[in-house]
Design a protein around this ligand. Structure first.
Ligand code: NI
Length: 402
């Protein structure tokens, strides 16, 4: 992995090839932006990807994990396989960005920049296919559906995306609207939190609001439970291990004077530490058990492990950070210290394959925005920046410099 001191791959060649295709790739990004598709409905987007891969003479398969596409660039010399993964899906919201290529479909918007991610992977493919004679091994291009639903990566893995041939290294990335365009960032270890879901049903005995002693009141019990739940993070999880437990939905009751017999709660758990997520589930169950004896309340807890914690592989990260500094310059590569408790389903790849996830600066000066906001837009300088870093990183990981 990684080259020696001698750089055989010429950064100027990568830059020249990137410059040549940037306008075409930006046009593709805008076309995808204008035609946003939600998770597992990315038919047009997948067709656009397939069309470009066909034009480039890159073999590919469609229908992997639903609407996913997998392309393969074979180098002239044998070697390992590096994957580049882009997500393709949009969000169910109205666009208010005001850009000329804004969504043509009410209620759908590329508000997370996955249109740019897809364009970046296509651009990297175009550059790499032109440098095939310097490629030792192969590059697998993964165009993934349904990242926003956090299920597309798993669907592709179930369909065998990690095999035939096996992936040795995987590169993922996401734009970062708070970081200057032209820069990239990375986390030293953990990059995103795990995301679990829980559904709780509390069961009491219904009755008249005027006669609470003849009922078993689930509403009062739920109020206590929600309060007690706050002690899981504050009193049970180590303060140096971030964790979040949030209830986002409560459903119960029909009228002011009727005590209902059931009430349901739905929430999410985010942690950066696999041990913490086990602790949260155990504590939640124990607190609920306490309500059986304490308040005569029955319960049903459905706790589902979702996306795992995402970590960068130290060796792959060392290689990629060096590649990024080599092609962008030291000042343009930043180690990020602030974690996000958000989640990314690329974590299913990082769990199985030595991987790195990069953040690509996409800030537009003067625009106050963030991902998933209706005025979101992506600085298109992020596109050639992403292409250059991914190409250089892939070549270095394949040992094309040694
Ligand atoms: Ni996103």
């Amino acid at each position: 992995m990684g080259g020696g001191r001698t750089t055989l791959v010429d950064n100027r060649e990568i830059d020249r090839r990137t410059d040549k295709i940037t306008q075409e790739v930006i046009a593709i990004r805008r076309a995808i932006h204008e035609n946003p598709e939600l998770g597992f409905e990315e038919h047009e987007t997948a067709a656009r990807v397939a069309k470009l891969l066909t034009e480039q003479g890159i073999p590919f398969q469609t229908g992997i994990g639903g609407t996913g596409v997998v392309g393969m660039i074979e180098g002239v010399a044998p070697g390992p396989t590096v994957a580049i993964r882009a997500d393709m899906d949009a969000l169910p919201m109205d666009e208010e960005s005001g850009v000329p290529f804004a969504s043509n479909t009410p209620g759908k918007m590329h508000a997370c920049g996955h249109d740019a991610h897809t364009a970046i992977a296509l651009g990297a493919a175009m550059v790499l296919v032109g440098m095939r004679n310097q490629l030792k091994g192969r590059v697998k291009l993964i165009f993934q559906p349904a990242e926003e639903l956090l299920v597309g990566a798993e669907a592709m893995i179930k369909d065998g995306v990690l095999e035939n041939p096996n992936i040795d290294f995987a590169l993922g990335y996401h734009n970062l609207p708070s970081m200057a365009a032209g820069k990239v960032g990375y986390h030293g270890d953990v990059t995103y939190a795990s995301a679990d879901a829980f559904d709780i049903t509390l069961r009491g005995v219904s009755g008249h609001g005027a006669h609470p002693h003849m009922a078993v009141d689930v509403i009062t019990a739920a109020a206590y439970f929600i309060t007690e739940l706050q002690t899981v993070v504050s009193r049970e999880i180590s303060p140096v291990h971030p964790a979040v437990v949030s209830i986002g939905k409560i459903v119960g009751g029909t009228a002011r004077n009727i005590l209902p017999d059931t009430l349901s709660l739905e929430g999410t758990v985010r942690t950066l530490d696999p041990q913490a997520r086990v602790q949260v589930e155990e504590a939640m169950r124990r607190l609920l058990e306490g309500f059986k004896t304490g308040m005569r309340i029955g319960y049903k807890l459905d706790y589902r492990n979702g996306v795992p914690v995402m970590r960068n592989d130290p060796k792959v990260l060392a290689s990629v950070a060096k590649s990024a500094r080599d092609i962008l310059g030291d000042d343009a590569v930043i180690e990020l210290t602030e974690y996000s408790m958000a989640s990314e389903d690329f974590a299913y790849f990082t769990e199985r394959v030595p991987s790195v996830h990069l953040r690509i600066g996409s800030k537009i000066d003067g625009l106050d925005t963030a991902a998933h906001r209706s005025n979101y837009d992506c600085n298109e300088l992020a596109i050639p920046t992403g292409i250059r870093v991914l190409v250089r990183s892939a070549l270095d990981l394949l040992g094309s410099n040694s």
